[in-house]
Write a protein that binds this ligand. Sequence first.
Ligand code: A2P
Length: 277
Amino acid sequence: MNETYLLADGFFIPKIGFGTFKLRGQNGARRVEAALANGYRLLDTAFKYDNEGAVGAAIKNSSVPRDQITVTSKLPGCYQRYADAMITVQESIARLGLDYIDVYLIHWPNPAKNLFVEAWQALIDAQKAGLIRSIGVCNFLPEHLERLEKETGVLPVINQIELHPRFNQAAQRAYDRSKNIVTEAWSPLGRGTDLLSNPVLAEIANQHQKSIAQIVLRWHLQLGNLPIPKSENSLRQIENISVFDFSLSEEELQLINAMSMPNGRINNQDPAVYQEL
Ligand code: A2P
């Protein structure tokens, strides 16, 4: 798995990453180390996941060279003030045991607090100081991205959003594309819910002799998304990145696109109102 997307800042990023939410402690570190051994080169953590230590330990124990791994972490809502954000970036780096972080994202806009532009300015300055390579956001709506552009002149290169067949975010993806922002998909498998036994997907999977998870991940890639599936299981980790040897037809893509629902979010986390603390 060495296919990449080109970010607007000139860096390349793997087309699939490994989600680490809930992988914590020594066991979590072993799962992340397995993911590296299984071929993942993009790791997705967050200050708020309380596992930057485990992810850092996995990187240290792995035989994969540091410069071949793209490490992503995220700024929590409680530290969006400029000075807090600057310190939190440093704290994330220390917890990961690294010299720099490849990608740092604002975790949620928290619009009611109205601090995300201040947080963004901190990420811009941390990038200038060499602490972060690429800067981006998560869960930003067009109105939030417009404010970043207008007030700082700098657009994120990534927007990580909830995105799976039940909530396919066509409008947000089109907006991101128009601004040359790569859309990353969180919960790309719908968090392993009933999506993975859906009969429409099962039929397509049967046609291709692939698993339903592989069909969903292939759909993401053909839409231009960057999915970050999480799996504790080594075989499923391998399964989830073994999706570069087949293609879905236009008709199959349309069938999957038709599964989206306006209220398809898993936990009703609407970024216009959701408060991440
Ligand atoms: P497990 O960790 O036991 O593999 P998402 O990435 O959308 O958040 O989904 C993660 C959930 O999906 C986890 O519960 C994970 O369970 C499950 N999962 C991940 N990959 C697969 C797969 N290939 N087949 C079935 N379930 C999967």
